[in-house]
Design a protein around this ligand. Structure first.
Ligand code: SF4
Length: 260
């Protein structure tokens, strides 16, 4: 079995991503489903690739459409600006040889699990300015800001450099809500910073089989932290046992508060 790490889950603690750790693969909650729909609607709008609405409930779709309506003018402006545009580019990066290449999504023909030295990511919006050897990467978020992770942007920047041969990458999160949009300040990475990050990714993958739990505020975002009570020995802050879902949710909130 291969590891579970991906660019969207590059956290300081990667113990949960070890292949031998029993980590639950929970189905996505409503907020995650809304995010998936907003991404699908955006891709459909920008590329014409049909988004399958039948996989989602009316409640999820309605909320996603509200966000998308607010986002659409911004996407149109982004598309009309100069540069080569890439939308929802799914790339796999090999940390050992530094290659990045397109890969099918899970469930699509030809999909394989990433190898021990590989990471996969779906990069929402990329603009390449070939003459300037510059790329811009935007990661679209519909969730809370506290759950975003700059390591994701740094990782995407490395992949974009590897794939498109640029020397300088700037990246940012774009937060989309029903009534407002918020593009965070750009994070700039030059060639030296990108090479240093590539080395960090290589070390992370090489040492993953021996990774140990590292408790921190990132615990809230790791699958074991999200799995609520009882999975990760480093996460559980006391030995209360909460058998019913409401009490369990309360304990989860308590844990989250203590971790921040
Ligand atoms: S809950 Fe925290 S310590 Fe445990 S695996 Fe997740 S990130 Fe690591």
């Amino acid at each position: 079995m291969s590891h579970r790490l991906s660019f969207s889950r590059l956290l300081p603690c990667v113990w949960w991503a070890r292949p031998d750790v029993d980590c639950p693969d929970d189905p996505p909650g409503e907020k995650a489903q809304i995010g998936t729909c907003v991404h699908g609607l955006s891709e459909e709008h920008l590329t014409g690739k049909v988004f399958d609405r039948t996989k989602h409930t009316m409640q999820v779709l309605t909320q996603a459409l509200d966000i998308f309506k607010n986002l659409k003018p911004w996407l149109d402006t982004w598309k009309a600006q100069p540069g080569q545009k890439i939308v929802e580019g799914r790339l796999r990066y090999d940390t050992e040889d530094g290659r990045a290449f397109p890969t099918p999504r899970r469930g699509e023909d030809g999909y394989t699990r990433p190898g021990d030295s590989q990471l996969t990511g779906e990069i929402d919006l990329v603009t390449i300015y070939p003459n300037e050897e510059l790329a811009e990467v935007i990661d679209l978020k519909t969730g809370q800001k506290r759950n975003s992770n700059e390591s994701q942007l740094r990782g995407y920047s490395v992949v974009v450099k590897a794939r498109y041969g640029v020397k300088h990458v700037r990246s940012a999160f774009l937060y989309a809500r029903k009534t407002k949009l918020d593009l965070e300040p750009w994070m700039e990475m030059d060639e030296d910073a990108l090479d240093a990050e590539a080395g960090k990714l290589r070390r992370t993958l090489r040492t993953l089989p021996q990774a140990k739990p590292v408790k921190g505020d990132h615990c809230y975002r790791c699958p074991l932290g999200k799995s609520r009570f009882g999975y990760c020995p480093e996460w559980v802050v006391d030995d209360r046992y909460a058998p019913d879902p409401i009490a369990e949710a309360q304990l989860y909130d308590d844990n989250a508060r203590l971790a921040f």
